[in-house]
Design a binder for this molecule. Structure first.
Ligand code: SF4
Ligand SMILES: [Zn+2]
Ligand SMILES: [Zn+2]
Ligand SMILES: [Zn+2]
Length: 629
């Protein structure tokens, strides 16, 4: 008999699913069976158990379920089964990769991506879709041209009419709107929701990686006030500081919205002009390729001139083919687009400021003074530190919301979302990975000072060296909390061990780094950017080193400081930080048959876990050497 990584029995004898007459599950167990049948594997007993608990929750009238279950449980199957049972769902994931996993494993799920990921037809596919001016765009498909079959079942399919040139962004948007089952990233879902778009009604909301919900929402709700846009609209931005009164911000935001309303029609006129200047009809007059005209083809030198002409926005300079007194380099459809996005953000901020004033704080100020004219071009970041009002709004449209994570508990979840404990049905699952395969040892090497980001004690460096020598032939991962630690370790580590380290620098592509890592026999990934969204099963990582107790920074991160200060016992902050260590420790142990050793160096980390031991999952505490519940 064969088993998959989660311990699910592979079944060759499953009856094929009849996609012509798909079965509609009448119970949750049946829905889980159906998922198994679809995937050709039998669900695990644990997955059935969880389904039963969910059944109880639904029967008792709960509308929100929190499922805390460690990696290796197969939580996505739970989400899919529940989706099939309720016939429609929206799944939110924290990464594109997870979004893709849903789609590739379960073909009846569709994905919706942000504008950045597609090329805009209107710009001749030179710029991404964030640069498109989409009103009345001829490449935008019509909602009526899509049809749906076998709605709400495992065989659901959506078909759109062919168009010679179709906007790829809106194509998936329309499919997403029609579809009963869609996976979004938090960022793209929230940006749709926040821009006031009507979202299709679905029964189930699934928030995957629910421990990231708070930060994802806070980031999406955060706004950059930009003096430059104020200037464009003729509203000078006052000088703000981190202590500025929220009323002062409110006033400014209101005046921006007001000014945009007044100026919009003028800018729109010029947007029409520049849309013409960007059109193929006009581009032709200035640049074209003998072979391909203005249809840009890769690897053609003449075409690349057309591309350059568009890319540098040279066409905006043309005075010969439009009659207008304005300088289109500064007033055009790109600017209108930016302003529209900006004022949409302003509206969201207005709403947030109205609904929960005290929740907003200025977290960052980038000073950008225009010396000559004395204009204030500062960029101000303003963020909520509680997201309660918004999450209420977000979940209220669904019959049922399922929040899933391996690293959250009920108390922290309620603190972050503002939900009451008694409105949540909490399912707390144990790990089915044997404890000896996921041991955590606290080496108590040295105390690492909270503020010593740039310098680590010598003992820490020699401990890292010792572990690397001990694990000379295996792949591993070193988890840090700052990039200055990364620089410091790379500088101090002994030269013969250094080549093994594979640093993931700020902004570097994670997927790429991980694939390099997988191809080197004893590579060790090292970075502060590895704590989430990184899966290193089996030989991809057999040991992990957590260098410092991962308390969130409160000096530079003003939102975190606010969270810390907001409770006298700092509960939310401490719980959040402790769960961050769990998150780190989960990178290399991914399924039932997996094993990896976790070394924690900072002596403070043991205290961190010890103090929270009663609130952390039992399966984790059991794995910690020397800490008992
Ligand atoms: S709708 Fe048109 S302008 Fe908007 S992104 Fe698509 S192709 Fe570009
Ligand atoms: Zn004009
Ligand atoms: Zn060409
Ligand atoms: Zn021209």
């Amino acid at each position: 008999m064969q088993f998959d990584a989660l311990g699910r029995r592979l079944r060759s004898s499953y009856p094929e699913i009849d996609l012509k007459r798909p079965r509609e599950p009448i119970s949750l167990t049946e829905a889980l069976d159906l998922v198994g049948q679809f995937a050709g594997k039998e669900p695990t007993p644990k997955q059935y158990e969880i389904m039963k608990k969910i059944q109880t929750a639904i029967e008792s009238g709960y509308k929100k379920i929190l499922l805390s279950a460690p990696t290796g449980t197969g939580k996505s199957w739970i989400a899919i089964a529940l989706s099939l049972y309720l016939r429609s769902s929206t799944i939110l994931t924290s990464t594109i990769l997870l979004q893709d996993q849903y789609r590739s494993e379960f073909g009846f799920f569709n994905t919706v991506r942000g504008k950045k990921r597609f090329l805009c037809e209107q710009t001749n596919r030179v710029f991404d879709c964030t640069h498109g001016y989409c009103n009345d765009c001829t490449f935008k498909p019509q909602p009526e041209s899509y049809s749906i079959s076998k709605k709400g079942t495992i065989a659901e399919a959506i078909l759109g009419e062919d168009m010679p040139r179709k906007c790829p962004y809106y194509d998936q948007i329309e499919i997403g709107k029609k579809s009963s089952f869609v996976a979004y990233s938090y960022a793209s879902y929230l940006s749709h929701l926040l821009s006031g778009e009507e979202m299709p009604q679905r029964k189930l909301l699934v928030c995957d990686e629910a421990h990231e919900l708070d930060e994802e929402l806070a980031n999406q709700l955060s706004t950059n006030l930009n003096g430059f846009f104020g200037e464009l609209l003729g509203v000078e931005m006052p000088k703000f500081s981190v202590n500025s009164d929220l009323d002062k911000i409110k006033q400014y935001v209101n005046s921006i919205s007001e000014a945009f309303r007044k100026k919009e029609s003028v800018i729109k006129q010029c947007a029409e002009h520049t849309l013409y200047l960007q059109s193929e009809e006009h581009i032709k007059k200035h640049a074209h390729c003998i072979k391909h005209g203005v249809k840009i083809t890769e690897n053609c030198t003449q075409c690349s001139k057309v591309r350059e002409y568009i890319k540098t926005k040279e066409f905006l300079k043309c005075k010969d083919h439009v009659d207008c007194k304005f300088d289109h380099r500064y007033i055009n459809h790109f600017v209108l687009n930016d302003l529209k996005n900006y004022t949409t953000k302003m509206k969201i901020l207005q709403k947030g400021l109205e609904s929960a004033d005290q929740n907003y704080i200025i977290t960052d100020i980038q000073s950008k003074q225009d010396e000559k004219k004395g204009h204030n071009f500062d960029e101000i970041t303003i963020k909520p530190w509680h997201i309660h009002w918004f999450i209420d709004e977000m979940t209220s449209n669904f019959d049922l919301s399922l929040f899933m994570s391996a690293t959250i508990n009920l108390e922290l979840f309620c603190k972050e979302t503002g939900f009451r404990k008694d409105e949540i049905y909490f399912i707390n699952e144990d790990s089915n990975i044997p404890v000896q395969n996921r041991k955590v040892v606290f080496l108590k090497t040295e105390y690492v000072e909270a503020n010593s980001e740039a310098v680590l004690p010598d003992k820490i460096i020699s401990q890292i060296e010792a572990i690397l020598k001990l694990r000379s032939s295996q792949r591993g991962i070193i988890l840090l909390t700052s990039y200055s630690q990364l620089d410091y370790i790379l500088e101090k580590i002994s030269p013969e061990l250094k080549p093994r380290l594979l640093p993931l620098q700020r902004g570097q592509d994670k997927t790429e780094a991980i694939s390099i890592h997988k191809n080197i026999a004893n590579s060790v990934l090292i970075s502060p950017g590895l704590e989430s969204g990184v899966n290193l099963p089996d030989d991809d990582s057999r040991f992990q080193i957590i260098v410092k107790a991962p308390y969130y920074p409160t000096v530079d991160d003003l939102r975190m400081k606010k969270i810390y200060d907001s409770e006298s016992d700092h509960r939310r902050y401490y719980l959040k930080s402790a769960f961050r260590l769990l998150q780190m420790a989960g990178r290399s142990i991914r399924h039932v048959g997996d094993h990896a050793m976790t070394y924690v160096l900072d002596s403070k980390a043991e205290r961190m876990i010890y103090h929270q031991r009663n609130d952390l999952p039992k399966w984790f505490i059991e794995a910690c050497d020397g800490i008992s519940a």
